[in-house]
Design a protein around this ligand. Structure first.
Ligand SMILES: Nc1ncnc2c1ncn2[C@@H]1O[C@H](COP(=O)(O)OP(=O)(O)O)[C@@H](O)[C@H]1O
Ligand SMILES: [Mg+2]
Length: 176
């Protein structure tokens, strides 16, 4: 098993995730999810780490596309066919995005992931199916759980996981 390494402190205790979401937002249709993601993306800084949780078709990739719009990237994130990690370099003035999708990995394969595959200091990292690798989360991250509420309705629940997530959530609340 590969031991995760790097400058990020590891989340030593997964119980530090509060069980109760601090902020809930509902979207109806893809366009509203893109708008929510743009709101979140506008608050992100290099080295931020976003943990997206939720079943197939919940809207994780749509959310990543919305983030990408405000991060100002080369290329559009999409569901990867083979690759687990896609790095999108920024256009001038933008922030790079490391898009990780663990869908194709079995839980037993996750420990083999290198730390560098899941983290970058120079840009934002967003991980789809982050519930599969909670023991690899950095101690500062923004967990978001997405769930189906009906045909086109999705519930986004934001959790506090370190001071940085608290700050982002406070700003999101302040806007509405
Ligand atoms: N409110 C919504 N937010 C996001 N996607 C939605 C919503 N309503 C319907 N959809 C549809 O659900 C699907 C979500 O797909 P996707 O983002 O690839 O899911 P995931 O990455 O979680 O597997 C898309 O086909 C999208 O058009
Ligand atoms: Mg996806």
């Amino acid at each position: 098993m590969t031991v995760a390494k790097g400058r990020f402190p590891l989340a030593s205790n997964i119980l530090t995730v509060k069980k109760v979401p601090t902020l809930s937002r509902e979207t109806t249709g893809e366009a509203e999810t893109l708008a929510l993601a743009r709101e979140v993306g506008a608050l992100l800084k290099p080295s931020d780490w976003v943990a997206l949780m939720g079943e197939l078709g919940s809207g994780k990739t749509v959310f990543v596309k919305g983030l990408a719009e405000v991060l100002n990237l080369e290329g559009i994130p999409r569901s990867p066919t083979f690759s687990i990690v896609q790095v999108h370099p920024p256009k001038k003035g933008g922030i790079a995005l490391r898009h990780v999708d663990l869908y194709r990995l079995a839980a037993s394969e996750i420990p083999a992931l290198e730390w560098e595959e899941l983290h970058q200091d120079t840009g934002v990292t967003v991980v789809e199916w982050a519930e599969k690798c909670q023991y690899l989360w950095p101690s500062q991250c923004l967990p978001i759980r997405i769930s189906h509420q009906g045909q086109d309705v999705r519930l986004f629940e934001f959790y506090i996981y370190g001071a940085r997530s608290e700050d982002i959530i406070r700003r999101l609340k302040g806007k509405k």
